[in-house]
Design a protein around this ligand. Structure first.
Ligand code: MG
Length: 381
């Protein structure tokens, strides 16, 4: 039996790589639905190749550009509506940013297996997502390369045998720069990642280390471990995707060439492993493999993420919302590279914490964080 797949966010970086995986294994997968926000040209092309029963976009769609009989959802809540309507075996959540939280909760409600690439929804959703998973018996399988690595390493032991998770970070393009040098880095420098080819926001987050900060919180959500049991190691080659240390001192590592199609495929075929078009890893050609301490005094994003995770409540949402807004302002040329950290720090210091017990509270925290950043930037300039 083919696995029936719903792909939310099909036109982004993870979405298009998921389409590659689906096309590589037509005997394994049937595409039931595709959704995007506004890149409808890409969506039309995908729909005419994969022939899904349903497509969704936030903007209006032209039915004549789609295969005959395709059902269409459009409007601002199109992703939520397709998540609700389509009965898939696996829903891939590849929508970027905080916007993925509502569709995630809808998919969970239908008791489905969700292959999740989006970290912001887990960071912000926290206990709410956890409670929904238990209530509806849905299952989350990580696509984020670090979390997929940890998920795979965790299969070698029992949970109580785990000493800590070790997330690896490439360190981004500026790992060897001093803080003084970071002041003047350009947008194009920030968007040049040394090992991974990814979307613009996550590439910037890799340069600021905000991505690793989000992943610390994401790992805590996915694997139920607190901040003291999650550490970060800088590994510029991105060959070791993350590790799990067990209580006897054994460390399990997950290694491959950096290629997102591998964790995507594993989340789709789990618990099976099948052949893949990804280039095999030649360790004899990959040396050296280097590892460095991730200094929280140099990488403020990591320190702030630990603080937000320990405080929990709405502060992880504030951390994320402030970072999303600061990234927008950076892309628009309104602030400098190091200002991103200052914006997030300011929001964390000024927004009052409270329990993140409803989607309304979380949405309000997200808005408050963005407003705090805007005010801060206005005052500074
Ligand atoms: Mg990652």
């Amino acid at each position: 039996m083919k696995k029936r797949v719903l792909l939310l966010g099909s036109t982004g970086s993870i979405g298009t790589q998921t389409v590659d995986v689906l096309l590589a294994h037509p005997d394994r997968f049937e595409t039931l639905g595709l959704s995007c926000r506004s890149d409808i040209e890409t969506l039309y092309a995908q729909a005419n190749t994969l022939h899904p029963k349903f497509v969704a976009a936030e903007v209006p769609l032209d039915k004549t550009r789609l295969p005959e009989g395709t059902e269409v959802f459009s409007g601002p809540d199109a992703a939520e509506r397709i998540a609700e309507a389509v009965d898939a075996d696996v829903t891939v959540l590849a929508i970027s940013g905080y916007a993925a939280l509502a569709p995630l909760l809808k998919a969970i409600k239908h008791g489905r297996r969700i292959a999740i690439a989006n970290k912001e929804s887990l960071v912000c959703g926290g206990a709410l997502v956890d409670a929904a998973l238990h209530l509806y018996g849905a299952e989350l399988l990580p696509i984020d390369s670090e979390q997929s690595a940890i998920f795979q390493c965790l299969q070698n032991g029992r949970r109580e045998e785990v000493k800590r998770l070790i997330l690896t970070a490439s360190g981004g393009p500026f790992f060897r720069k001093s803080r003084e040098e970071l002041r003047d880095v350009s947008l194009s420098d920030a968007l040049h990642h040394p090992t991974w080819k990814m979307g613009r926001k996550i590439t910037l987050d890799s340069a600021t280390l905000m991505n690793k900060g989000l992943e610390i919180i994401e790992a805590s959500r996915l694997f139920g471990l607190d901040a003291d049991h999650i550490s970060v190691l800088i590994h510029p080659q991105s060959i070791v995707h993350s590790m799990v240390e067990y209580r006897d001192g054994t460390i399990m590592a997950n290694m491959s060439k950096p290629d997102m199609r591998l964790p995507i495929q594993y989340a789709l075929t789990y618990p099976e492993r099948i052949g893949s078009p990804c280039e095999p890893l030649r360790l004899d050609l990959s040396h050296p493999l280097e590892f460095y301490r991730a200094d929280p005094d140099r990488f403020h994003a990591i320190r702030m993420a630990y603080d937000a995770l320990r405080a929990d409540g709405i502060l992880p949402t504030v951390f994320n919302g402030a970072n999303e807004r600061a990234a927008e302002l950076y892309f628009a040329g309104c602030i400098g590279f190091l200002d991103i950290e200052d914006c997030v720090e300011h929001a964390l210091n000024t927004v009052e914490n409270r329990p993140a017990d409803s989607i309304e509270t979380i949405a309000a925290a997200d808005r408050t964080a963005r407003t705090a950043v805007d005010r801060f930037v206005k005052r500074k300039h």
